[in-house]
Ligand binder design. Structure first.
Ligand SMILES: Cc1c2[nH]c(c1CCC(=O)O)Cc1[nH]c(c(CCC(=O)O)c1C)Cc1[nH]c(c(CCC(=O)O)c1C)Cc1[nH]c(c(C)c1CCC(=O)O)C2
Length: 372
């Protein structure tokens, strides 16, 4: 009922988006044949591009996120340079804690910072109990609609969210952390409050993802970037059930309106959870570079498409070496049900030319392998 009220206004707005010209990414998500393996890069809109640095110069990060025109421009920048097979909307996972009432700032040289992180379970009372996602995050929906139009059907547009555990970790740590010990302290000391927070986040995320689809997102990626600091037992209790819930609820709702939007789950360093992730209602499982392609295929038993997983640092290698690494990766994964990507985001000091070499190598080698 809650969801219905929310989705309704979007359905009444005719969006007549341009016709999609390159559906390789969407076909690969569904395990269908493609002429070439589709490729995109996490953080493809980022500081490794001089035009990105120029556009962002002197502007506050989250101000930029709140400007649909700026998000659209930054999303399109990498596509002007490289023949990526998908675009990902420029935004950030931390817009959700903001929508729930927390202050988050992007501090240069330090990364995202919460001046007042959650400390004890009582602090949950400070969060918005009922988030009006349309009001608080409507700027993301506007950015998606605008960008889908401006993409002119070139490639599909991916929307995204942070997963509950990853967002919870940020909200308690107050920023980046190597141990995540403050957030993990909650899991061991306050399991009930942890579940309460994870549930609150899940509810917002579901409505947020449905809003992104209604606004024009053609696929959705859920980033569980901090899976790696959990072990298998904590993952089973505090991450996996919520990842499943999100996919199930989003899909149930979309099915009712006859929509089919592939979902990707990326649990960084969560290799211990690969089997479970492949049975969590997501079409695609994203992989970091610590997993061997062939063993990932075996462990997921052809049930899902796979995405990843070149070590981003391989982009520091000469172009010929990048080409060899890509060829091995394609041979390992096979060309069907596979989306080439890095095992995590691009770093600011990477050479755009080598990113171009990566994309070209994926396209060239996969066309070759498909002809064999
Ligand atoms: C953990 C996380 C965040 N944000 C995100 C994650 C999950 C993915 C991952 O595991 O990396 C997700 C994200 N953030 C951004 C995108 C845009 C789309 C894309 O091109 O991938 C996406 C998908 C833009 C951004 N988000 C951020 C940048 C760089 C800062 C800038 O543009 O000024 C970009 C392009 C900032 C950000 N935002 C966050 C961090 C850790 C940082 C880096 C801080 C730093 O290095 O200074 C939180």
């Amino acid at each position: 009922e809650n969801l219905h009220n929310f989705i309704q206004p979007f359905h009444n707005v005719p969006k007549d988006f341009p016709k999609l010209k390159n559906d390789a990414f969407l076909r690969a998500c569904h395990g269908q044949e493609t002429n070439h393996v589709p490729v995109w890069c996490m953080r493809q809109a980022g500081r490794y591009l001089p035009e990105f640095r120029e556009f962002r110069a002197g502007k506050d990060f989250f101000e930029t996120c709140r400007s649909p025109a700026a998000c659209c421009e930054l999303t399109l920048q990498p596509l002007r340079r490289f023949p990526f097979d998908a675009a990902i909307i420029f935004s950030d996972i931390l817009v959700i804690p903001q929508a729930m009432g927390m202050d988050v700032q992007m501090v240069a040289g330090k990364g995202p910072t919460f001046p007042e992180p959650l400390k004890e379970p009582e602090d949950l009372l400070l969060l918005q109990p009922k988030v009006d996602v349309n009001k608080e995050l409507g700027y993301v929906f506007k950015a998606i609609t605008l960008t889908r139009h401006k993409l002119d059907g070139k490639v599909p547009l991916i929307g995204f969210t942070g997963a509950p555990w990853t967002l919870m970790a940020y909200m308690i740590e107050g920023g980046g952390s190597t141990t995540h010990s403050k957030a993990k302290r909650w899991l061991y000391r306050h399991p009930e409050a942890s579940h309460k927070l994870l549930k609150m986040l899940t509810d917002v995320i579901v409505v947020y993802l449905l809003g992104q689809v209604a606004a024009g997102a053609q696929a959705l990626q859920v980033f569980e970037s901090h899976a790696g600091c959990l072990g298998p037992v904590e993952f089973q209790e505090f991450s996996l059930p919520y990842l499943r819930d999100i996919a199930r609820k989003v899909k149930d709702q979309l099915k009712e309106s006859g929509q089919d939007v592939p979902m990707i789950v990326f649990a960084k360093d969560g290799h211990y959870g690969l089997e479970d992730l492949s049975q969590s209602h997501y079409e695609v499982v994203g992989l970091d570079w610590t997993i061997d392609p062939r063993s990932a295929r075996e462990r997921t038993g052809g049930k899902v498409s796979l995405q990843g997983n070149m070590d981003p640092c391989a982009l520091y290698a000469p172009k010929e070496r990048i080409s060899e690494i890509v060829k091995k990766m394609l041979e390992g994964f096979g060309t069907r049900g596979y989306i080439a990507n890095l095992g995590h985001g691009l770093y600011p000091d990477m050479d755009p030319e080598n990113v171009g070499a990566f994309v070209e190598a994926v396209h060239t080698h996969s066309r070759h392998l498909n002809l064999k």
